[in-house]
Each structure stands twice: as C-alpha cells, then as structure tokens.
Design a protein around this ligand. Structure first.
Ligand code: IFM
Length: 481
C-alpha cells in the first residue's frame, strides 16, 4: 500500500455526512511504558535504572515522586489486561524494562524479568489483544550509565544484544516491535536540558548521545531481523512537533526550518537513509565536532529498513526570530541560535501544552509525503488534565474527550490526504508516573488512585471504547453516545 493508494478508505465510506469512518483494518489501542506503570522496582532481580537514580536525587522530580509503586502493574497486569478488553483495545503498546532483563554488567539475563513479560504477553493474547513491544522507553540500566551511558558507543552494542534476547524470547508471540521510544527526549532532555535522566547539561554530549541512540536502533533492528519470522515488523518511535511561526518572512521561515530540523529531521532523515540533514549539521556546528563519534558505516546501520514509523504527537512549537541572530536559545534544542520559543496558545492542558489538532493534521500530511510509503502508526497521542472524581466515583473529563476527538479528526484528515496511517494508540491507558512531573500529570483514559490502586474508566475511556466499537467518529461535536 502506498501513501497515494486511493483505496485506503475503501470500505470506510461515510455512513452519513456526520460520520468519519476509519479504514476497515485500522488498529485501535493504548500505550504505556514500563517505568511509568510497573512499580516493583527491586522485584525479581531488577536493578536501578537511570530514572531510579534521577528520582532519588533531590529536586529532580516533582514532590520527590519515584517509580514506586506507580500503578503496581507488575502485580496487576491481569486486571489491567481485563480493563483493556473492556475498552475493546485491539493492540497494547508496552515497554520492556532493560534493568529487569540484564540487571548487571556481567550481562547475565534474568529469567524472572523475562517471565513477567511472558505473563503479560500471554494475558494479552488470551484476550485477543495484539502486543506491541518497545525495547527502550528511557530506563537505561544504571550500570550502563556508570560506563558512560548513551555517550558511550558501546551502549549501542549492549542494546542490540539485549534486543536480541527479548525478541528471541517473546518473538514467538510478539510480532510488532519498536526499538526506542522518543530518542529526542533521551538525548536532548536528558543530556542537554538536564530535565530528564541522566540530567546532564552538555549540548555536544547530547548530540553524541543522539548518534549512539540511532546507532542502537539500527544495530538492534538488524540483530532482530536476522532471527525474525516473516511477519515480524520493526519500527522506531519518534516524537514530532509541528514548528509554527506567526509570519511568513524569510527570518521566520528560517527559525521554523531550524526547529523542525532539530526536533524532527535530525532523527528522521538518517533513519530514512538521507543522513544527518546538512542544514542542521551546519546550524549546530558551532557547538563543536560532535560528528567525531560517527564512524564509517554507521549511517548505513541507522538506515536499516523499518516496517513502520511510530509517531508520537502532543503539541506544536511556536517560534519567532530572535532580535539577535547569534543569541543561544534557551530550550530543549542543543545549538539552536537566533530563535525565540513562544508561549503556547489557547486553552492549555494541565501540563501547559498547547492543544492543536490542526498542527497534528499538518504534520501527518507532511510526514505521509516525506516517509514515502512507509506505514505510520500513531504510537502516542493524549492529554493531561486535572481530573475531578465525582461523588459517585466517576470521572467526567470533557477536555480529554475533546482532545481525543479533535486529534482523531486530524488523523482522518491526514488519511484522506494520502498518509498511510495504520493505527492509533492513545496515551495513556492509565494515569502514571509522568517523569519529572511525578504523579501530578494524569494522561490516562483510566484513572488510577495511587493510594488504593483502584482503576476507574474515565469518560474518555468510555468514549474511546465506543469509537473502537464503531471504527468511526462524529464529524463534529463531542457527543459520542
Ligand atoms: O509520558 C510521556 C511518555 O513517556 C513519552 N511520550 C510523552 C508522554 C507524555 O509526556
């Protein structure tokens, strides 16, 4: 199927003008990540990850929150899979905790760690839910960080070994695989901005970490592909933003180009076999020679073909030219100069993020063209709001419902425009540990009471279930009865 295949929406003809139908084979699901939900951080041989260390460092995570007990999913996976069944999910994206599988520098594999994911996968399959496994969602084993973490090229090779072990173990049942989740965050928030683990503020190191992360993706994809069955599909999950300026003048276009480059293209282009984008390389050259870590053949490894691209999207980035073109821009982008990052607009989420589905539609339409036929799966999209629990225990979350519907309309628009989008996985199934924000930001379509561990399907969860049941959404409004 190509991006321009006119049959993409065949069988999805509108029931009436008020209904937007998705392609018949569209996959609906939800996503989570190990460190954010599992808890049990020292169970069954697991050793600390960089996020355990970061969270234990005073001042790094809001309220001193940490990965314990999170959603206690390690002990409640059966209950959580039943919830997924109630919601009608066809797919569930989870991540595997590297420190559960390879807890120490001796590289010995911990069977009890693998056994947890065995149980989870079996529970999913028993309910007819397709598992989608991500191998790295930010919880690098601390023992690897002690050896230089993602600044150390060797970590990429250790990742490929770990990927081979997990894929070799679960590959008889799991067919959909992602190597890394959002390497932009690992590299830039973790090594340049310092607000994610391991908390470094070293711009050049962040670009080196980026290269090693991409190398890890390529090496792992190759290693898994060598032992994979024909129906296994491999991917990388990137977080994208749509860069927008208010004006159309040359200076504005140039800062849009820079932000798009440092957020989207610097990760996507090498994976698509185009190498690091020349304009971005030039933009960051003043930081120093981070490319000294790029060795012969690395770009070929990074360009190892994938079967689908995972797209995570939350909000656009508004940008304007700075008065001084040489001024270093304060923000998450290493080496960005001459740009001013503007405040988000409109009604924000509780995280302070702009809600903008038009930006999502524009991004997806453009990606549909840029990835040249590579299928896209929306691997994360969602919103955090301050939920109110009613006297009867219910959670009505109209803002999250509106966000969901607006963003699904954007997905539908992009499919109509020719983007080959195969599925939508809501972030998140459960409220969970939101990294530096601790438990303060709730993204779940299911509420978690962290005191009692009680789960309550929010109104947004009910709406998602109805949408899944119908494979369609109303063209306008937020009423999904
Ligand atoms: O919670 C995170 C997730 O781990 C990665 N993508 C963005 C989400 C919301 O911040």
């Amino acid at each position: 199927m190509t991006t321009t295949d006119p049959s993409r929406l065949e069988g999805a003809t509108a029931l009436d003008v008020d209904t937007l139908r998705f392609p018949p084979d569209f996959v609906w699901g939800a996503a989570t990540a190990a460190f954010q939900i599992e808890g049990s951080i020292s169970a069954d041989g697991r050793t600390p990850s960089i996020w355990d260390t970061f969270a234990a460092t005073p001042g790094k995570v809001l309220n001193g929150d940490n990965g314990e007990p999170a959603c206690d999913h390690y002990n409640r996976s059966a209950e959580d899979v039943e919830l997924m069944e109630r919601l009608g999910l066809a797919a569930y994206r989870f991540s595997v905790a590297w420190p559960r599988i390879v807890p120490a520098a001796d590289g010995v594999v911990e069977p009890r760690g693998l056994a947890f994911y065995d149980r989870l996968v079996d529970q999913l399959l028993a309910k007819g839910i397709q598992p989608v496994a991500t191998l790295y969602h930010w919880d690098l084993p601390q023992w690897l960080e002690d050896e230089g973490g993602w600044r150390n090229r060797d970590t990429a090779y250790r990742f490929a070994e770990y990927a081979k072990v997990v894929h070799g173990h679960l590959g008889d049942r799991v067919k959909l695989w992602s190597t890394l989740n959002e390497p932009w965050c690992s590299a830039f928030l973790g090594h340049h901005k310092g607000i994610h683990a391991p908390g470094l503020k070293d711009s050049q190191a962040s670009l080196e970490a980026m290269h090693h992360l991409l190398l890890a993706h390529g090496l792992a994809t190759r290693a898994m592909r060598e032992q994979a069955a024909d129906d296994h599909k491999f991917s990388l999950v990137l977080n994208f933003t749509q860069a927008w300026a208010d004006n159309d003048d040359t200076a504005s276009k140039d800062v849009v180009r820079k932000v798009d480059g440092l957020h989207n293209r610097i990760f996507l282009d090498p994976v698509l076999g185009k190498g690091y984008p020349a304009d971005v390389v030039e933009d960051v050259a003043w930081l120093g020679d981070w490319q000294r870590v790029v060795q012969d053949g690395d770009l070929d490894v990074i360009a190892t073909p994938i079967d689908f691209l995972g797209v995570n999207y939350y909000s656009p980035t508004r940008v304007a030219p700075a008065a001084d073109p040489e001024v270093v821009t304060d923000g998450p982008f290493p080496g960005l100069r001459g740009a001013e990052l503007l405040d988000p607009r409109g009604e924000l989420t509780s995280f302070g993020w702009e809600q903008n589905a038009d930006a999502f539609a524009e991004l997806l339409t453009r990606l549909g063209r840029d990835v040249d036929g590579l299928p896209i799966v929306i691997t994360e999209n969602g919103s955090a709001f301050t939920d109110v629990v009613a006297d009867d225990g219910g959670v009505d979350d109209p803002q999250r419902v509106a966000f969901l519907l607006d963003h699904l309309r954007a997905v539908h628009r992009a499919i109509e425009s020719g983007a080959d989008i195969r599925g939508y996985l809501a972030w998140s199934l459960l409220d969970n540990f939101e990294w530096a924000e601790g438990y303060s930001q709730r993204f779940g379509v299911v509420r978690v009471d962290y005191e009692t561990q009680e789960r309550t399907v929010k109104r947004s969860g009910e709406v998602l279930a109805r949408i899944i049941g119908r494979n369609s959404i109303p063209a306008t409004g937020y009423d999904v009865e």
